[in-house]
Design a protein around this ligand. Structure first.
Ligand SMILES: [Fe+2]
Length: 364
């Protein structure tokens, strides 16, 4: 055929901009629906910023990812800025992040294990390890895959001069003090020193003795929440689009993942820092099988105050009044009874005598 290229489709087809970027970074890319311990996965030497790094492509999607970063004792990362949102959680160690807009004074925020902060969009940020003897390990939930794939130009994503001063400026004198409890289960803040001990609001719709706080931080379009299941309880199974990442930050339990019609769920043992990131429409369910609280940090696909969160919330609310609501959520009374039996067996192993109230079983 005149003008046709003798090469086949495989030669023509190229990896996504996100996957090419991860290769260029020389970093591992972790895939699947779960990782049992983010604190111990292998990282690669990171030439671009120093330290060590790995990326994820969990849940079979390229909207959101996790970037795991380690800074050696006494180390400092090189500064960067980028046209994607990033929220940082501290898995281990202590240190500080300096943030600034070009031409403005710098602001330094100190953190330690359990801290959560949002990196303001396209603002410079630089991380320091505050310990001379221990490495620190950081977890960033980001919209990097979305931005890289959208523009297909990493130079633009990392070198755009535009300043989003409505998101962050040194002039925002009370930036770090921002703390509004907007309504039940929703809080706006820019820094939380320890999400493992922060107060949550009750969330009976998702199961017995569960609690949640949805977070809006630094106007990020990434939705976040911190959720807990008390000792002796578990969260009802549900499913939605891919892109949400749930990281266990405290307690001990397990996660079940299953696609509609699969003969048996997959079980993932979970303690800090396990992550589950279900694929599109993959059911997932969180179980506290240990002593004390089981607490999770979720980076969801979309934000609630900014971004496209409202559509997401409305879609779910509309579904919940639908007689076919089980299509996305399985209330206790409609789940496979084996799930509860297995759960009680797990509790017995730990000598936990607590049992869910039979009357509460009807509550979804
Ligand atoms: Fe979920």
């Amino acid at each position: 055929m005149a003008g046709s290229d003798p090469r086949g489709f495989d030669d023509w087809f190229v990896l996504s901009a996100y996957q090419r970027f991860v290769r260029q970074e020389g970093a591992p890319l972790y895939e699947g629906s779960a990782i049992e311990d983010l604190a111990s996965i292998e990282l690669a030497e990171w030439e671009r910023r120093g330290g060590r790094v790995a990326y994820t492509r969990l849940g079979d999607q390229e909207e959101r990812n996790l970037q795991v970063v380690e800074i050696p004792p006494g180390g400092t990362l090189k500064p960067e800025k980028h046209l994607y949102d990033a929220v940082m959680y501290v898995m281990r160690g202590r240190g500080a992040t300096t943030i600034w807009q070009e031409g403005e004074q710098r602001r330094t925020i100190e953190w330690s294990e359990g801290s959560l902060m949002a990196i303001p969009l396209n603002a410079w940020h630089q991380e320091f390890n505050g310990s001379g003897s221990e490495p620190c390990r950081l977890l960033f939930g980001t919209s990097m895959p979305h931005a890289l794939n959208l523009y297909n130009n990493s130079d633009f994503v990392f070198n755009c001069p535009y300043q989003f001063k409505e998101r962050y400026s040194y002039e925002m004198e009370r930036y770090l003090e921002t703390d509004k409890h907007w309504k039940q289960r929703t809080r706006e803040t820019n820094f939380i020193s320890d999400i493992r001990t922060m107060e949550l609001d009750p969330y009976p719709e998702r199961g017995n003795r569960t609690a949640i706080m949805r977070l809006s931080m630094s106007s990020t379009s990434i939705g976040m929440h911190v959720m807990s299941a008390s000792e002796g309880t578990y969260v009802t199974a549900h499913r939605h689009g891919a892109g949400a990442h749930v990281i266990v930050v405290a307690g001990e339990g397990y996660e079940l993942l299953f696609m509609e019609g699969e003969p048996a769920p997959r079980k993932v043992n979970a303690s800090p820092y396990a992550v589950v990131a279900p694929k599109h429409n993959e059911y997932h369910q969180h179980f506290n099988s240990g002593h004390g609280e089981y607490r999770m940090l979720a980076f969801r696909g979309v934000g609630i105050r900014y971004g496209w969160g409202r559509t997401f919330e409305i879609a779910r609310t509309a579904q919940s009044t639908d007689p076919n609501a089980e299509s996305y959520k399985i209330p206790y009374e409609r789940e496979d009874p084996q799930i509860r039996e297995d759960y009680y067996r797990e509790l017995e192993k730990k000598g936990i005598g607590l049992r869910l109230e039979p009357l509460d079983q009807g509550r979804s």
